[in-house]
Design a protein around this ligand. Structure first.
Ligand SMILES: NC(=O)c1ccc[n+]([C@@H]2O[C@H](COP(=O)([O-])OP(=O)(O)OC[C@H]3O[C@@H](n4cnc5c(N)ncnc54)[C@H](O)[C@@H]3O)[C@@H](O)[C@H]2O)c1
Length: 42
């Protein structure tokens, strides 16, 4: 399955991305505005 996640560089969105990729093995496309809250190293 494929997902598009918005805000995936944030606190909650990054956890969602990790869950979908690592535990479900699904593909994720992350669309993030990269504001001050974004962290690409989550
Ligand atoms: N270490 C911690 O415990 C910690 C750290 C950060 C946040 N928090 C908590 O997490 C909660 C917030 O988490 P969150 O994940 O909802 O918010 P967040 O602020 O952590 O992340 C939001 C993400 O959405 C992105 N974004 C903003 N506008 C966008 C747009 N128009 N389109 C696409 N992306 C966009 C930002 O760049 C950011 O990456 C709060 O309760 C906060 O207190 C906890």
């Amino acid at each position: 399955m494929k997902f598009m996640v918005t805000g995936g560089a944030g606190f909650i969105g990054s956890a969602v991305c990790r869950l979908l990729v690592r535990e479900q093995g699904w593909q994720v496309c992350n669309v993030d505005k990269l504001t001050y809250a974004a962290d690409l190293y989550h």
